[in-house]
Design a binder for this molecule. Structure first.
Ligand code: AGP
Length: 601
């Protein structure tokens, strides 16, 4: 949920830290801070709100002699987003930054207060620096750091610097992501590689339980078994800092990118007449009689859509779980079930823990993920990457589109391997897949229409998004997009369920966005919408077929296949949310209270 950076070397530190934090700001932006130790000089700056506030505060500061430095951008878990709770947290002469949750911090805090330690913040993190300084009273710095880490329960990626060892940066990783970057004598630390792309040439992705220190241009690494060697890998991607390229927001750019990234996701996998997945051994699905998919948020919605496809195409039983529910329900799991996790970031704590639970139960695991080397990718037996590129908008769009495409590909792959549907039907699915990039291309005409329409939906007492079959998960996703960036209440609902209660809300102030595909259950959804219209609900119908009871109508073009209608209607709902949010003057890319990667439960 937070972003951390670190640097050890003789280059100017402030810019290195701020550049890194800029790339991590999507992880959380309630406050930010940096701390630098150069010999006897200790400096630290912290600011509430966006990173720009910190940049202003530190604008006259320069740190260009040899030293150690750390930085942090925060999404509040304990304590309000204010300067006192901002990281780095200071002891007497040491600083710490941390991403995660220290689950036993209350107990540690009480122990430290009893020893006369004064706490300034309400955070769990502050216990780390005070515990370290207590341990350092009678231990060498590294031994003190190790004793500190040994006392922590919970998730942490933490960096600590101290005047007691001004040339050393201490680090530890457990449950939250962190990597180390190398470029000659310079050593970098970050929550994700985007923060050090263009700086480090080689990287090492830390594993849970690893800790150590950086000193004299080298890193000493340890785990529970003591000192360990490690091998780095090239930091391959060039500095792809997603610029807005003329779009108003990253989210807008990413909606327009869907047409290309969906093609990238299909590349080498959707051939003329067959599906190929090189990532999977030919016997990967042997012995698999069921699929359980686990995810959160938007990724949960692509999972729900996929469950219809796995049963309809692959003829494999498929059920879907919300990760935060799955973790604590004591689930019954059988080892003939393939456990699939879906995650854009690959760092979502609930999804990662659910995956670990399934692995402990002996299930085979496969992840659908957008970030290679992320925790979920590294924890899975196999990972299929969505190739959506960096998704900076907190509200997910192109990741959702590529997840859904990759799950469709996977369902068809299983159908092909098991011959569960005819070759003609497989060919029909492949043909539809190959049309998807065209369907996802945003036209000026559609965007202008959604801009005009949006002015009518800025008030009212809420929205229903309704659909049937795979359009029910799409209705959930359309509602989530609107909630996330407009802050208006919206609810996705199965169309057939409206008469079981929610229709009581129907009146002219209730906006209903109806997904009415021609190729799937049209008559059923049409009668559901007529019931709402008869009760004066305001209807925005999205359909290839004219529907004269609609107050607003968006005519879609592709009606040959449910998945093409799914993708086309997906773009309409994304643009609707975007344009309403713009009219309301909200921060489309960094909506309030949210973070791009939820790495705490
Ligand atoms: C998507 O618009 C949301 N920001 C959020 O629901 C997100 O999908 C969820 O937190 C899961 O994230 P993940 O895909 O990175 O695991």
């Amino acid at each position: 949920m937070c972003g951390i950076v670190g640097y050890v070397g003789a280059k100017e530190k402030k810019e290195i830290l701020l550049d890194g934090l800029k790339e991590l700001e999507y992880r959380g932006y309630d406050s930010a801070g940096i701390a630098v130790i150069e010999g006897n000089n200790l400096n630290s700056f912290k600011a509430v709100g966006k990173l720009e506030n910190l940049v202003q505060k530190a604008k006259d500061f320069k740190a260009d002699s040899f030293g150690v430095s750390i930085g942090h951008t925060r999404w509040a878990t304990h304590g309000k987003p204010n300067e006192l709770n901002a990281h780095p947290h200071l002891g007497k002469n040491s600083y710490v930054v941390h991403n995660g949750i220290i689950e036993n911090y209350q107990e540690l805090k009480k122990e430290l207060i009893a020893k006369g330690v004064n706490f300034l913040s309400q955070t769990d993190t502050e216990v780390i620096v005070h515990l370290f300084e207590q341990n350092a009273l009678d231990k060498e710095p590294f031994d003190a750091f190790k004793s500190t880490i040994d006392r922590l329960d919970g998730a942490y990626a933490t960096l600590l610097i101290t005047q007691g060892a001004p040339d050393t940066l201490f680090f530890a990783k457990n449950g939250s992501p962190m990597l180390i970057g190398f470029d000659g004598e310079d050593i970098y630390f970050a929550s994700s590689d985007t923060a050090i792309i263009g700086k480090a040439k080689e990287v090492y992705y830390l594993e849970d339980g690893e800790y150590g220190y950086a000193k004299d241009g080298k890193v000493e690494l340890f785990d529970a078994n003591g000192k360990k060697s490690f091998t780095t890998k090239p930091l391959s991607s060039d500095k792809v800092s997603a610029q807005k390229d003329g779009y108003r927001f990253f989210m807008e750019k990413e909606i327009y990118e869907q047409t290309t990234v969906i093609a990238d996701t299909m590349m080498g996998r959707v051939l003329e007449s067959e599906i190929v997945l090189d990532e999977l051994d030919s016997d990967f699905f042997d012995g698999i009689n069921a699929i359980k998919i686990c995810a959160c948020g938007t990724s949960y919605h692509s999972a729900l859509a996929a469950s219809y496809l796995f049963e309809r195409l692959a003829k494999v039983r498929c059920d879907v779980e919300i990760a935060s529910e799955f973790r604590y329900k004591k689930p019954l799991l059988s080892d003939d079930t393939l456990f699939v996790t879906i995650s854009q970031s690959g760092e979502t704590a609930d999804t990662l823990e659910a995956l670990k639970m399934a692995k402990r139960a002996g299930l085979k695991s496969l992840s659908i993920c957008n970030v290679d080397n992320s925790s979920i990718v590294r924890e899975s037996d196999v990972a299929l990457l969505t190739r959506a590129g960096i998704e900076k908008g907190v509200a997910s769009t192109k990741a959702f589109a590529t997840q859904t495409m990759l799950l469709w590909i996977l369902a068809l792959y299983v159908a092909q391997e098991r011959q569960s549907i005819s070759k003609d039907l497989i060919a029909n699915e492949i043909d539809a897949m190959r049309h998807s990039p065209k369907v996802l291309k945003v036209t000026d005409e559609l965007h202008a229409k959604m801009h005009r329409l949006s002015k009518r939906y800025l008030h009212g007492h809420g929205f229903f998004f309704i659909g049937r079959d795979i359009f029910f998960p799409l209705a959930l996703e359309g509602a989530l997009k609107l909630k996330e960036i407009s802050y208006l209440h919206a609810e996705g609902y199965p169309a057939g369920e409206m008469k079981h209660g929610p229709i009581a809300l129907a009146d002219s102030n209730l906006f209903t966005v109806a997904l009415m595909p021609k190729s799937l259950l049209y008559d059923k959804i049409k009668s559901n919408v007529e019931e709402l219209s008869a009760r004066d609900a305001t209807i925005l119908a999205i359909s290839p077929l004219a529907f004269d009871l609609a107050d607003d109508f968006v005519q879609t073009k592709y009606a040959s296949h449910p998945m093409l209608e799914f993708f086309e209607m997906m773009v309409v709902t994304q643009l609707l949310a975007l344009e309403i949010s713009v009219r309301l003057g909200n921060d489309v890319d960094m909506p309030r209270n949210l973070a791009k990667s939820v790495t705490v439960e």
